[in-house]
Design a protein around this ligand. Structure first.
Ligand code: NAD
Length: 323
C-alpha cells in the first residue's frame, strides 16, 4: 500500500494508467504534503510517494519508521528535501526518478529565457488591454550572445544544445564533471565559475541543490557578473540567495530574471493543504519587479514527463516489492 502525498489530478491520472494489470500495488492519493504533522497519515502504508515540496527531514523519517514505512518513492529527480542519512539510519529505502524528460525542463528554460528577453509576458498583458504600443518592449537577439550554463547534466546539456545549435548563441559552461558530449552540442567549458560569471550575458542554472551549490548565486557571485546580466533558474530555488538577487535587481545590475523555483516553495504553494506561514517577503518582493517572470515549479509538467515519472515510480515500487 502506497500513500501518495501532495497528489494533484494529473498525478492520479498518470499513476492509475501506469500500474500494470494484476499488480498488488494499491495507491491512496491525498492532497496534503508530507511533514511532521501529516506523517501519521501513513499509518498502515508500506510506502509513501512524495514530490519536491514535501518535507522529509530526520524527524519525519523517524516518524515514518515508527509507522513501519519501508520505502520513500520520490516522483522527481532532485532529492534535496530528503535526509538520506536518516533514511539509512532507520532502514528506509529511497528511490527517485533520475531522468524522466530532460527535454521538458530544457525546453521550458529556453522558453522562459525568451520570455524575459523579448518580454512576452508584458506584451501579452498589454494586448489584452488593447494596447499595441511597443514602448518598453525592446528586446535583444539571442544569436551571438554568450550564455553561461551552470551544470551540464541531462538538462543543462540539452538547454545549451538548443541555444547553441538552434539560436546561434555562444554557449559556455561550468561543471566540475565535464561531459564528453558538450563539444558536439556546441558547448565549451570554462575553467572556473568566475569566468562564466564575468563573461555571460545570460546565466541559466542547471546544477542540483547540495551544500556545495546552495547560494551559488549570492552577492559575491553577482558582483562578478556583467551589468545587465539575465538569470534563469529552473533548477532549485536555494541555488540563489533571493535577497541578494533582489538587491541586484533594485540597482539594475541584473536586468531580468526568470524563476520557476523558489527557496521556500512549500510555504507558497499548496496553500490549501499543509502550508506553513510565509516567513519572509522575498516572494512578494520578486513579484513587484516587472522584469521578473515567475512560474510555480512547472518546468517538468508535460504529458510525456508525467508518463515517465509514473512508470518509473511504479517500477521502483515493484522492484522493492520483489527485492
Ligand atoms: P544531472 O544530475 O543530470 O546534472 C546535474 C549536473 O550538475 C551534473 O553534471 C553535475 O556534475 C553538475 N554539478 C554539480 N555540482 C556543480 C557545481 N558546483 N557547479 C556546476 N555544476 C555542478 O541533473 P539534471 O537531470 O540535469 O537536473 C538538474 C536539476 O534540475 C536537478 O537537480 C533538479 O534540481 C532540477 N529540476 C527541476 C525541474 C523543474 O520542474 N523545475 C525538473 C527536473 C529537474
Amino acid at each position: 500500500r502506497v500513500l501518495v502525498f501532495g497528489a494533484r489530478k494529473y498525478d492520479i491520472d498518470s499513476f492509475q494508467s501506469a500500474v500494470p494489470g494484476g499488480s498488488q500495488l494499491e495507491f491512496t492519493f491525498i492532497d496534503a504534503l508530507l511533514d511532521e504533522k501529516t506523517a501519521p497519515l501513513a499509518t498502515g502504508y508500506q510506502a509513501v510517494c512524495i514530490f519536491v515540496n514535501d518535507i522529509c527531514d530526520a524527524n519525519v523519517i523517524e516518524k515514518l519508521s515508527q509507522l513501519e514505512v519501508k520505502f520513500i518513492a520520490l516522483r522527481c529527480a532532485g532529492f534535496n528535501n530528503v535526509d538520506l542519512s536518516a533514511a539509512v539510519k532507520y532502514g528506509i529505502k529511497v528511490a527517485r526518478v533520475p531522468s524522466y524528460s530532460p527535454e521538458a525542463v530544457a525546453e521550458f528554460a529556453v522558453g522562459m529565457l525568451m520570455t524575459v528577453v523579448r518580454k512576452y509576458h508584458k506584451a501579452y498583458n498589454r494586448v489584452r488591454e488593447g494596447n499595441f504600443l511597443l514602448d518598453g518592449l525592446l528586446g535583444m537577439n539571442i544569436c551571438g550572445k554568450t550564455i553561461g550554463i551552470i551544470g551540464t547534466g541531462k538538462i543543462g546539456l540539452l538547454t545549451g544544445k538548443i541555444l547553441s545549435k538552434g539560436f546561434g548563441a555562444t554557449v559556455i559552461a561550468y561543471d566540475p564533471y565535464p561531459s564528453k558530449v558538450a563539444e558536439e552540442y556546441g558547448i565549451s567549458y570554462v575553467a572556473t565559475l568566475d569566468e562564466l560569471l564575468s563573461t555571460s550575458d545570460i546565466i541559466s542554472l542547471h546544477c542540483p541543490l547540495m551544500d556545495s551549490t546552495k547560494y551559488i548565486i549570492n552577492d559575491n557571485a553577482l558582483a562578478k557578473t556583467k551589468r545587465g546580466v539575465i538569470i534563469i533558474n529552473t533548477s532549485r530555488g536555494a541555488l540563489i540567495d533571493t535577497y541578494a538577487l533582489i538587491r541586484a535587481l533594485k540597482t539594475g545590475h541584473v536586468s531580468a530574471v526568470g524563476l520557476d523555483v523558489y527557496e521556500r516553495e512549500s510555504n507558497y504553494f499548496f496553500a490549501d493543504s499543509s502550508a506553513k506561514v510565509i516567513s519572509d517577503d522575498s516572494f512578494a518582493r520578486l513579484l513587484s519587479f516587472y522584469n521578473v517572470f515567475m512560474t510555480g515549479h512547472q518546468a517538468f509538467l508535460t504529458q510525456e514527463a508525467l508518463e515517465n515519472i509514473a512508470q518509473t515510480t511504479v517500477q521502483n515500487l515493484l522492484d522493492l516489492e520483489s527485492s
